[in-house]
Design a protein around this ligand. Structure first.
Ligand SMILES: [Zn+2]
Length: 337
């Protein structure tokens, strides 16, 4: 584990992992091996300063939702939550290429969807399409690319609208599945875009996995037409709860931190939407006057929010241990009437 001058202040103790997080025996075994490999250095970790340059953090949790060893911290300067220490590039490569991530994500492990499952799921993605086009003129969007497209499920609606779509993903099985639906998908990352430019580029549930999110967006912007738009959808750090914490998510943005960190690239939000209760999406376009509002108060806001969640979880845990949770829920319903 490499050592930078990182200071971690304990904010609250690790949650007690309520039984609601179910794991199959196979998952438990995989996570235990992972923890051994992290702690004995077989899988390497690194400590890096925050995107703001600060090395002062509050420790939020030591284990992720799968009980995998992953300290998660809150930057005391800017309020950006992040993994610290985090996977080195080498560990990260293993993490995704070994299918450990996809296999431990769900109790049943990773499966490529059938065509029928794909078509059923594609219907439900029309909402994402609307969010990605919010504030834009859909008629002017002729070409759409998605980085980390899995099997192209988000692109399929655009494909049906007659847009020219392109997607890339690191999973050969998922890309092959999407290709069988008639879409132009390739195995790989940004290099698969060549020197092409697009009217709309989508990153859905991708940026939070990136080791260098700002640098990655800078590279992606080279593939955006001058009047093009970039749609980014990520987990919302304001929706803090235990099951949202995972070793795969290196950064936990809020709309404010995302806009702040991408502003130096010369982009600003055109529209912002709540994807659901725990994710938000922002459409960005180039601008001459990027926002410069700073992040004052962001750390305090998140610290307060996390502390409140911690107190609630502790109370619930006590109620569960004393077999009083059903009674407490009954009383709350009575008061909420
Ligand atoms: Zn920071």
């Amino acid at each position: 584990m490499s050592r930078a001058a990182i200071t971690k202040h304990r904010m609250f103790y690790d949650p007690s992992y309520p039984a609601e997080i179910e794991q199959s025996p196979r998952q438990v075994e995989m996570v235990q091996k992972y923890n051994r490999d992290i702690l004995d250095g077989t899988l390497s970790m690194e400590e890096v300063p925050c995107l703001c340059g600060s090395t002062e953090f509050d420790l939020v949790a030591t284990y992720d939702r799968n009980r995998a060893y992953q300290p998660i911290v809150l930057c005391r300067n800017c309020g950006l939550m992040q993994c610290q220490p985090r996977h080195t590039a080498e560990t990260n490569h293993w993490f995704y290429s070994s299918d450990y991530y996809r296999d431990t994500y769900k109790p049943g492990g990773f499966k490529v969807p059938t065509k029928e499952e794909f078509l059923a799921q594609a219907e439900s993605r029309s909402a994402l399409r609307e969010r990605a086009l919010r504030g834009l003129d859909p008629a002017r969007i002729k070409t759409v690319a998605e980085i980390g497209c899995a099997n192209g499920i988000n692109l399929y609606g655009f494909h049906q609208m007659g847009k020219e779509v392109f997607g890339c993903d690191l999973s050969p099985a998922m890309v092959e599945m999407g290709q069988s639906m008639g879409m132009n998908l390739q195995v790989g990352s940004l290099e698969t875009l060549g020197d092409r430019k697009f009217d709309l580029i989508i990153l859905s549930h991708v940026l939070e996995h990136m080791r260098d999110p700002v640098g990655e967006i800078r590279r992606i912007l080279r593939h955006l037409e001058d009047e093009g738009a970039l749609y980014i959808e990520v987990p919302d750090a304001r929706a803090f709860f235990l099951t949202a914490l995972q070793a795969a998510h290196l950064y936990y943005f809020t709309p404010r931190t995302l806009i702040h960190y991408l502003a130096p690239l010369g982009i600003a939000p055109v529209s912002e939407s709540d994807a659901d209760q725990i994710h938000f999406g922002i459409v960005f376009k180039r601008t001459e006057t990027p926002p410069t509002s700073g992040l004052a108060g962001e750390y305090e806001m998140l610290r307060k929010l996390i502390t409140t969640v911690d107190r609630r979880d502790r109370l619930r845990d006590v109620l569960v241990r004393c077999h009083l949770l059903p009674l407490a829920r009954f009383i709350r319903r009575m008061f909420n009437r």
